[in-house]
Design a binder for this molecule. Sequence first.
Ligand SMILES: NC(=O)C1=CN([C@@H]2O[C@H](COP(=O)(O)OP(=O)(O)OC[C@H]3O[C@@H](n4cnc5c(N)ncnc54)[C@H](O)[C@@H]3O)[C@@H](O)[C@H]2O)C=CC1
Ligand SMILES: O=C(O)[C@@H]1CCC=N1
Length: 262
Amino acid sequence: MYDLLVVGGGAMGGALAVGMGGAEGGPRSIAILDHTPAKAQAIASMLPAGAAVNTLEPAEVYLLAVKPHHMRGVLSSLPVGAKAISVAAGVRLEQLKSWAPSGCEVVRAMPNTACEIAAGVTAICGDENDGALIARAKELFQLVGEVFVIAENQFDVVSALSGSGPAYVFLLIEAMQEAGITLGIPASVSLDLARATIRGAGMLADSKRVDPRSLRLAVTSPGGMTAAAIAVFEELGLRHQTLAAVKAAAQRAQVLSAHADE
Ligand SMILES: NC(=O)C1=CN([C@@H]2O[C@H](COP(=O)(O)OP(=O)(O)OC[C@H]3O[C@@H](n4cnc5c(N)ncnc54)[C@H](O)[C@@H]3O)[C@@H](O)[C@H]2O)C=CC1
Ligand SMILES: O=C(O)[C@@H]1CCC=N1
């Protein structure tokens, strides 16, 4: 029996398999199942004890990382009594449980792709009577970053913040690079500057644990360069844009949930 069987070796399943498989004290054996066998093989080859499989072989825990609309098919083919963790956006516990064979336990997790390098953030939720599986999910995801156990009614907003969040930061890196290029800096230098700046600012915010506003003010000399830039961000509505974007992502979760039922 495998300790963990990851179904779906795409962006998220791959990141989790690589992160968990490489972590000290992580699952001793990990199997990966994907519709495209080459994807599963590529991931397995990166793991000390990874195997690409072609069917749902016996496993202590099944980590389901397929798209929301594929979740119903995968869940219904799990063995009776299986323990499963779904990372699908939007799809509710009630739906997941109704599709799984009898005796199965299912909880939800919302990780992000930084789990690949053990710098992820994962939210977990489950029903009260699934305490043991919630605890196991917590152990697994703590191998690859920080974990928050939250109520399901907060899951869509949390998913819109930390699940999708890396993409917002990558967009900022892209935008900073493009600004540098437009203003005359070579593309590679511009990208290196943007990447290293985001890394340093993230690490500083994480290590200081203070209100980010005070870190911002420490950069912003009155009447100086940064103040000129921040005034433009505020005038163009960065906060309003961020709220609208996070709201749009959270609302999309409801559509994904409805499509998964079809
Ligand atoms: N990409 C991300 O940053 C995050 C994704 N998620 C969730 O993770 C899930 C997967 O998303 P991605 O990895 O981005 O998608 P993806 O498209 O990169 O990967 C999905 C994989 O599942 C495989 N697949 C589909 N049906 C299958 C089946 N029946 N059996 C075996 N393999 C099957 C596909 O071949 C594909 O490789 C989604 O439900 C998404 O909501 C959650 C958090 C973050
Ligand atoms: O975009 C999506 O739907 C998934 C969920 C969070 C990140 N990626």
